[in-house]
Structures are given as structure tokens and as C-alpha cells.
Design a protein around this ligand. Sequence first.
Ligand SMILES: [Zn+2]
Length: 213
Amino acid sequence: MKKERVLPWLVELSRVDAAALAKGRPGDLPNLIYELRQWLDLEPDEPLNAEVTDLEKNPARLQAIIDRVEELLGAVADRKSFRADYSGGSVILDAGKLGSEGGRALSYRDANLEDAVLRVALDDLYEDVEAALRIQRCQEPECLGIFLAERKNQKYCTHRCANKTASRVYRRTHGEKRAERERERYRRKILERTGPNVRVARRRRREQRGDDR
Ligand SMILES: [Zn+2]
């Protein structure tokens, strides 16, 4: 996998719903697993190959790995620390691959796939700090998804989330103004009927009745 593609791909991975993918279009899950294999850059003789292949039959296992990636990227987005404990395995340096595009010079013979994924993801984050610092968390409360910001101060992962927040804010302020106008109109109507010495009770505000969805 090309270097520029690595972190965008990791961010995409962190947002994958494995069960939905398994039920979706027929090629989607195999495609993701193919990309996972490309990204890990496993040697053909590595035992982990079998574990990657098995993911196709076991979306729950894949989801557990994705959740850990999301946790890791979330820690980066929130500028918090992340801890992975692993046991066993070895690291092999293939100096012939140093500096080659797409190939990993270091290969990890980890005990399990989750360890391997986390270790490779940690490496990638560390290797491209500039891109890693663009990892952000969407500020739309119903999303909070992780995304790779394209510009500084980008708060939302998509236009959809930005619009959602904007319309919520609009509804809230607009709703308050509308309620105020209604109260004012009511007050005037009562004044016309009864003269100036009647207090008008505040009516319950519209958004408290569940208009603010
Ligand atoms: Zn979002």
C-alpha cells in the first residue's frame, strides 16, 4: 500500500461496520480483507495469513480488531494515550526492502492478528506524524466519528454532519424567537381585551415539548 494511502485507509477502517459489510454487497467484505492484507504486507509464509483469511467467515472477530483501531485513532484524535499489551512474537528486518515504496522492511511475527494490526498501525502513525495530527473527531454529537481533516479547524467529518449541526442550532434559536413572538402577540391580544393590569403567564416553550429533534 502506498504511503499516502495508509492513514486515510486506517481512518476508513476505524469506521467500518463489519456486520453491515458482511450483509452488504457481495464483494465488500472480501475487498476490505484484501486491503487489510495489502496494508499489513504479510510474507506468504506468515501464519497470520490464515487468520486474515478466516475473517471473511467471522465478521465479529474483524469488528473486534476494528474497534481496537478506532480506540487507537480516537486516542490520537483526542490527544490521549493508548496502550496495547502484547505477548510473544518477533520482528524481522528485511534490509532489502528499506525505502521501497509500499513494502514493509519490518515484518512482525506476532502471536495474533490483533497484535499485528495494532503494532503496524502504531508504526504508521509514528512514521507520518503530520498526517496523524490531522486525525480528528467529528463534533456532531450523533456522529463523533474519526476523520482525517483536510484543512485546519475542520470540525465535522462530512458536509452532512456540518449541516446537521447547523440546522439543529438554527431550529433552537429560531424556535426561541418564534416562541417569543407568539408570547408577545398573546400579550397584546389580552391587553386589548382587558386593559394593562393583567399579567400573562409564560406558556411552555415549544422546544421543551420535543420540537428540538
Ligand atoms: Zn460526522
